[in-house]
Design a protein around this ligand. Structure first.
Ligand SMILES: Nc1nc2c(c(=O)[nH]1)N[C@H]1C(S)=C(S)[C@@H](COP(=O)(O)OP(=O)(O)OC[C@H]3O[C@@H](n4cnc5c(=O)[nH]c(N)nc54)[C@H](O)[C@@H]3O)O[C@H]1N2
Ligand SMILES: Nc1nc2c(c(=O)[nH]1)N[C@H]1C(S)=C(S)[C@@H](COP(=O)(O)OP(=O)(O)OC[C@H]3O[C@@H](n4cnc5c(=O)[nH]c(N)nc54)[C@H](O)[C@@H]3O)O[C@H]1N2
Ligand code: SF4
Ligand SMILES: [Mo]
Length: 677
């Protein structure tokens, strides 16, 4: 029996440091590392079960080759050599006939280790293929909007919240997606600091907070503007801070803010005037208010404006300038690593054709000159997690598309592959990590050897590079040899670290000094953005009704709310039977009024439908959501649901800023499942 200190690689802001107890080649227990201050000695409910993920009987054991129709899931085992021979022969032939743009590598964030995460896309970069515009289902909207406002810098250090005098979780279910930040709130709450949650539904976080404001979906910009309206009216703005650190406040104050009177904001957001006034007064009185901004509220048509409006608030009160004050979306921007060393090997072309994740289905079906003929997917499950999931499946069904999927499990996506390759989980890999919701980094060894015939992303990309004749040195180096590359040319706190000192696996903090910095073209927080003006997007944070949403809302009585689920976030934990059972059958949540109107009862099978698709889920009736909203937590595989998966209902329309996915601009209705049986 031994213990190994590792980092958690799941797509989660916390970047926990974990202790794995290992007996031979089996992990017997995972727990949180007590010596990492942010992890603070506990792992989340899901990762406590990661031994079951690693040793799940459902893991793929060998490479597989398709024997039935695409999507049928019929496969026969083959050897790694045969699989790699076939892949490289097919790729070589396709490149000879159609050029490298006919290939697409698709890998995103299920392994947060910076080598395993980026090396797959690095391989396709080096081969000059079409490239994935990664992040577009996740954070490209909020990140671009943040960068246009503050510049590419990280937000407030979550550990500074101990000094805050007001905390707002704005569209962020901390207990689900950032549980260690939630734990950090214990100390300030003991001092009487209020925790406010602004979220359309009563999440667990909302239920446990001091105050929950159930805002209407997609109206956050209006609420933020309403707060500014009141701060201006009541003389609560920090004029000195604004003058020294922001650009465009005067224009905003004259041209946009006056339109957001409390009455109008109440009409837009569904919140009472009294609550809007109370929130603004609290925010105006606080000196060191901390807003934890979630990404979910930006995954809709005008998500970018929402992010810009909320991220501007701490400038209006000057909270950005004070320890414990400010806002946090992501931290990564302030940790200056050279991940391009792996992601963009020098031999690849600087620019190439890009594929937005949200448009995967459409591009598989429609892209020309050349059409996409080969697809390689690692660490993602787009047949479930991308919008227009029905189109994704249609695209994956193309007989003339050569698809390879690399995953520890047989996923909905893998069922469409020609070749499926067994992947390791992170606990079988060595890698380097940095948080995106905290300022820590950690080098992590493998806890156990690869299980069965599984290969890591790292090993697979290097072997494919070798076989395809890609000679960039990154494909021949070991993990330990690559590590120093990440620190080359770095600045700030990262530049002060000797990478060799990380190899013993101790987590290291690399936070910027307190006080928010801005790295926009003007060096100030840009309320007015010339870049947006040039793109024809409202250059100052604003809320306007979206014409397409208005038209869809007139056709359909319900609006989709999506949020990570507690035990099955995305699909990465669907191989753990215990967690599947804890989460229950894929379900939706409807307000009792809406259920009664349709004669639907708790536990019934229901059909969710719109012009795009119809899917089947189990109904929970609860007043956690407002009338007019249907919540579908997580994205569950079609194989687990009554029928289909939620993203079949979502269009591939892109957000106003950053070309992100707009899952929550989905309108629909629900009826009894057996009504059309
Ligand atoms: N356990 C767990 N951890 C995770 C994830 C997970 O799925 N599970 N996902 C990971 C990933 S990939 C990401 S990108 C991050 C971020 O995780 P996100 O998926 O962005 O989750 P949140 O930031 O909590 O945002 C969702 C919350 O916003 C609320 N919301 C939805 N629409 C609106 C709106 O219009 N206005 C407001 N105010 N609120 C709204 C939802 O009800 C929900 O409570 O977390 C990561 N961490
Ligand atoms: N309706 C709706 N849809 C959403 C969202 C939403 O809020 N609402 N959120 C979106 C967001 S924020 C995101 S990030 C995406 C997430 O969607 P995806 O990026 O598709 O993530 P997962 O569903 O977790 O699938 C990850 C896959 O990677 C596999 N995997 C895990 N580790 C490894 C590894 O080391 N190597 C390889 N090769 N495979 C591995 C897992 O088994 C799993 O099959 O979903 C998006 N979809
Ligand atoms: S909270 Fe996040 S980082 Fe921590 S163990 Fe859970 S998934 Fe991993
Ligand atoms: Mo994400």
């Amino acid at each position: 029996m031994k213990t190994v200190r590792v980092a958690c690689a799941h797509d989660c802001p916390d970047l926990c440091s974990l202790i794995a107890e290992v007996d031979g080649d089996r992990i017997t227990k995972i727990s949180g590392d007590p010596d990492q201050p942010f992890t603070a000695g506990f792992a989340c409910a899901k990762v406590n079960r990661d031994a079951e993920l690693v040793h799940s009987p459902e893991r793929l054991k060998t490479p597989l080759r398709r024997t039935g129709p695409k999507g049928s899931g019929q496969f026969a085992p083959i050897t790694w050599d045969a699989a790699l021979d076939e892949i490289t022969a097919r790729w070589t032939a396709i490149i000879a006939e159609s050029g490298p743009l006919a290939l697409l590598g698709y890998a995103y964030s299920a392994h947060q280790g910076q080598m395993n995460r980026h090396i797959v896309n690095g391989l396709f970069h080096a081969m000059g293929t079409s490239r994935l515009q990664a992040g577009t289902v996740c954070d490209s909207c909020c990140e671009t909007a943040w960068d246009l406002t503050l510049g590419p810098v990280g937000g407030a250090d979550p550990e500074s919240v101990v000094d805050s005098d007001l905390v707002i979780a704005w569209g962020c279910d901390l207990m689900a997606v950032n549980v260690h930040f939630w734990a950090k709130l214990d100390a300030p709450r003991k001092r009487g600091v209020q925790v406010v949650v602004i979220d359309p539904r009563r999440s667990r976080t909302a239920a446990s907070a001091d105050w929950h404001l159930p805002i209407r979906i997609g109206t956050d910009a209006a609420l933020a503007l309403g707060i500014v309206h009141i701060l201006v009216r009541d003389g609560l703005c920090d004029r000195a801070y604004l003058a020294a650190n922001t650009l465009g406040f005067d224009r905003w104050e004259r041209q946009v803010v006056p339109r957001f009177t409390p009455d109008r904001v109440s009409e837009i957001t569904g919140l009472s005037v009294a609550d809007i006034e109370k929130l603004a007064a609290m925010y105006g009185a606080a000196k060191r208010s901390f807003i934890r901004i979630g990404e979910g509220m930006t995954r809709l048509a005008r998500g970018g404006q929402a992010l810009r409006a909320v991220a501007t608030l701490p400038a209006v009160t000057g909270a950005y300038g004070r320890p414990g004050g400010g806002a946090l979306l992501l931290t990564a921007g302030s940790m200056d690593f050279n991940f391009s060393a792996v992601r963009k090997p020098a031999s690849g072309p600087a620019a190439t054709r890009l594929v937005n994740q949200s448009l995967l289905g459409r591009q598989l079906l429609e892209m020309n000159d050349p059409p996409l003929r080969a697809l390689f997917i690692a660490a993602n499950n787009p047949a479930v997690t991308c919008p227009e999931a029905g189109l994704v499946r249609k695209g994956l069904s193309r007989e003339d598309l050569f698809t390879v999927v690399h995953d520890p499990f047989m996923t909905d996506t893998a069922a469409y592959a020609d070749i499926v390759l067994p992947a390791t989980t992170y606990l079988e890999t060595e890698d380097f990590y940095r948080g995106y919701g905290s300022y820590y980094m950690q080098y992590s060894p493998a806890a156990v050897a690869p299980q069965g015939e599984a290969w890591s992303n790292f090993r697979l990309a290097q072997e494919l590079a070798r076989r395809m004749g890609v000679s960039d040195p990154v494909f021949a180096r070991s993990e330990k040899e690559i590590l120093p590359e990440f620190f080359k040319g770095s600045t700030g706190a990262v530049a002060a670290v000797d990478p060799a000192s990380l190899l013993d696996g101790v987590p290291v903090k690399v936070a910027p000094p307190p006080g928010q910095t801005f790295a926009t073209p003007s060096g100030k927080l840009e309320i007015y953005s010339q870049t947006l003006a040039d793109q024809g997007v409202p250059p100052m944070p604003d809320w306007q009704p979206d014409a397409q949403e208005v038209a869809d809302a007139a056709k359909w009585p319900l609006r989709l709310l999506t949020a990570p689920s507690y035990f099955q976030p995305h699909t990465a934990f669907s191989g753990v039977a215990f967690l599947r059972k804890r989460e229950g059958e894929p379900f939706c949540v409807l307000h009792p009024e809406d259920a009664a109107k349709r004669g639907l009862e708790n536990g019934a099978k229901v059909r969710l439908f719109n012009e795009r698709a119809a899917i089947g889920l189990v109904l929970k009736v609860a007043d956690d959501v407002q009338p007019g909203v249907i919540l579908v937590p997580g994205q569950r595989p079609g194989t687990e649901a009554v029928d289909g998966t939620v993203n079949m209902l979502c269009s591939d329309r892109l957000t106003d800023i950053g070309e992100g996915a707009s899952y929550q601009s989905t309108f629909l209705d629900v009826e009894a499942w057996d009504i059309r049986a």
